[in-house]
Ligand binder design. Structure first.
Ligand SMILES: CC(C)(COP(=O)(O)OP(=O)(O)OC[C@H]1O[C@@H](n2cnc3c(N)ncnc32)[C@H](O)[C@@H]1OP(=O)(O)O)[C@@H](O)C(=O)NCCC(=O)NCCS
Length: 166
């Protein structure tokens, strides 16, 4: 399936569907309870589009299969970057479409865009429960950076951070 994907910036008319897909992926993936107040933020794809580059993976018939937000250094959604680094956030794949390489293709597009910008590394944070994502990152060559792990205000557990050297 990954060969048939188009990865492109989201259109404004798609933000609601992307927000729902992201929330579904987080809840279905066991990353977040359906009652978690942070889900409203996860659902807010319009803010991500305003603050970073909201990307989607779409099938040949136009169905949106997954999404990620690409963040350049200095953009509002970048949490970890320094000069020469990029970051991505809220990678999510429609729960019905998992395991076909959509997540890997989205990360691959972030790598490509980062190289085009001349960046030297990509950083990201994941939650303790995002085990499928962590396997994916490690398979793609990301390394853990425990010294950069951090705890958002009010969070019980720290976020796990990774880096990819370009
Ligand atoms: C993490 C997530 C984005 C992965 O998406 P995905 O499209 O299933 O990812 P991929 O298909 O590229 O890789 C996942 C698995 O499918 C396998 N896979 C990859 N390409 C494949 C293919 N062409 N055919 C069959 N299996 C494949 C991989 O080996 C991997 O297996 P593993 O989990 O046992 O290591 C998805 O599980 C998700 O939305 N999770 C919830 C949200 C989340 O945690 N986001 C992270 C934010 S930091």
């Amino acid at each position: 399936m990954a060969d048939d994907l188009t990865i492109r910036p989201a259109a404004a008319g798609e933000y609601a569907i992307i927000g729902d897909l992201t929330a579904d992926a987080y809840v279905d993936g066991g990353v977040m309870a359906a009652t978690d107040p942070y889900l409203a933020r996860v659902r807010d794809a319009a803010s991500r589009a305003a603050s970073g580059l909201l990307l989607v993976a779409s099938a040949p018939d136009g169905t949106i299969l997954g999404t990620v937000t690409f963040c350049e250094h200095g953009s509002p959604y970048a949490q970890l970057t320094a000069t020469g680094e990029t970051e991505f956030r809220m990678l999510a794949v429609d729960p019905r479409q998992r395991g076909h390489g959509v997540g890997a293709a989205l990360v691959g597009d972030v790598v490509r865009r980062s190289r085009e910008l001349g960046a030297v590394r990509i950083r990201l944070s994941t939650g303790r429960r995002m085990t499928a994502a962590q396997r994916l990152y490690e398979r793609l060559g990301f390394r853990r950076t425990p010294d950069r792990d951090w705890r958002p205000p009010g969070a019980v557990y720290p976020l796990r951070t990774y880096v990819f050297d370009l």
